[in-house]
Write a protein that binds this ligand. Structure first.
Ligand SMILES: CC(=O)N[C@H]1[C@@H](OP(=O)(O)OP(=O)(O)OC[C@H]2O[C@@H](n3ccc(=O)[nH]c3=O)[C@H](O)[C@@H]2O)O[C@H](CO)[C@@H](O)[C@@H]1O
Length: 363
């Protein structure tokens, strides 16, 4: 039997590239040939891809950013990308084409639509991104990373989940030690870039906790470079045991030790929290496109696994109250941890791979 070919299109940010990497690994393991079409920004992430993935950069552009000239040039750039992809696809006839969002996925999805090749989308967030919105009605279906993704009526969809790192999967369902009269860990994360608002509010909210909780806490706090010093100084002045870093490379380990996680609700953060299974306080990034971080958080909130505080309602007393309520109620915290675990999809990569195979079979 001829080797099947998957063409993946992704680009821009790690959020789009990471699920593509996970799927590539799974499809190679299933004996497929895998190609990736991306842009210069996406290419920064390709070092982590298996070397068997054939990577090419494609011409694309966005109408959403840049000055007038950039916008005027966007149309011809996209058209050039679609034409070159169409020529390539006519020669190679991929068995399946999948887009992960980001404007570098336009040429591949556009060409696959013109040539009527089997094609689908993976949407990581609870709201369709701009490019995925454009193609949602022109593909066989949408694999949703965060349930429930809001979709136009009649679009076939499947809850596939968001692939997470192996270090997260290894800790799926790691035993949860409820809060109590012993050292407790709090993990504070602001997404891949960190978040200033968490540095403004979390240290003071920790300081405002009742002494019997506060003295047991060890805080792992991810802060932006420019906030490191003041956050460190605040914790030190208030006698709070804290480890403040710009990026923790061992989040899966820290999360599995945590009694509580305070986090932005980026798609991967929500996936990590639900696969390891920890209670969380989620503070969606209010400026995210289509308010997708609020949609991402909703799955965990509706499952009673998390508390969501919109940025507009976030202040020190509100956060301290929610933290105090969870940390002083081991039963409720344990239930939240179990509910988070229930909502997680640890086999997201395999689900996605199965959807690709189904797409290729159905043509
Ligand atoms: C500000 C913004 O627009 N963010 C978007 C960006 O998220 P962004 O990439 O910022 O955030 P995500 O939550 O998706 O991913 C962050 C990942 O980094 C890990 N981590 C975090 C901190 C740390 O110190 N160490 C560490 O390893 C987290 O565990 C998580 O796995 O792309 C996501 C996927 O499209 C979107 O849902 C987010 O809305």
């Amino acid at each position: 039997m001829a080797q099947k070919l998957l063409l993946m299109a992704a680009g821009g940010t790690g959020g789009h590239m990471f699920p593509a990497q996970a799927l590539a690994e799974a499809m190679l393991a299933r004996g497929w040939r895998v190609k990736l079409s991306t842009d210069a920004r996406g290419a920064r992430y390709t070092a982590a891809f298996p070397s068997a993935v054939e990577i090419s950069e494609v011409s694309s552009a966005t109408f959403a950013q840049g000055g007038l000239l950039a916008k005027a040039l966007a149309g011809p750039k996209i058209a050039a990308g679609v034409l070159s992809m169409a020529a390539q696809m006519r020669r190679e006839r991929p068995d399946a084409v999948i887009g992960f969002g980001g404007y570098p996925s336009i040429p591949a999805l556009g060409a696959a639509t013109l040539l009527k090749l089997p094609r689908m989308i993976h949407e990581q967030n609870g709201v369709l991104g701009r490019v995925n919105q454009l193609f949602a009605k022109r593909v066989a279906g949408v694999a949703c990373g965060t349930w429930p993704t809001a979709l136009p009526d009649g679009v076939p969809h499947e809850h596939a989940g968001n692939p997470v790192r192996a270090a997260v999967r290894e800790r799926a369902g790691a035993a949860y030690i409820p809060p109590g009269d012993y050292p407790m860990s709090l993990l504070v994360m602001g997404g891949s870039q960190g978040a200033r608002i968490l540095s403004d509010v979390v240290p003071a909210a920790v300081a405002a906790l009742p002494e019997e909780l506060r003295r047991h806490l060890r805080v792992s706090h991810q802060a932006r470079e420019e906030d490191l010093e003041r956050v460190n100084a605040y914790y030190a002045e208030h006698g709070i045991n804290a480890d403040v870093q710009t990026f923790f490379t061992d989040v899966p380990a820290r999360m599995s030790e945590a009694q509580l996680v305070i986090s932005r609700s980026g798609a991967s953060s929500v996936a990590d929290i639900s696969i390891i299974g920890r209670p969380s306080i989620l503070i969606p990034f209010a400026a995210a496109a289509g308010d997708h971080q609020t949609a991402n958080a909703r799955g965990l909130v509706n499952a009673n696994a998390a508390v969501m505080i919109p940025e507009s309602a976030l202040d020190i007393p509100v956060l301290a109250e929610h933290m105090g309520a969870i940390l002083s109620n081991p039963r409720a915290a344990t239930q939240m941890a179990a509910a988070a675990l229930d909502a997680g999809v640890p086999d997201a990569t395999e689900r996605l791979a199965a959807l690709v195979e189904q797409l290729a079979e159905e043509g």
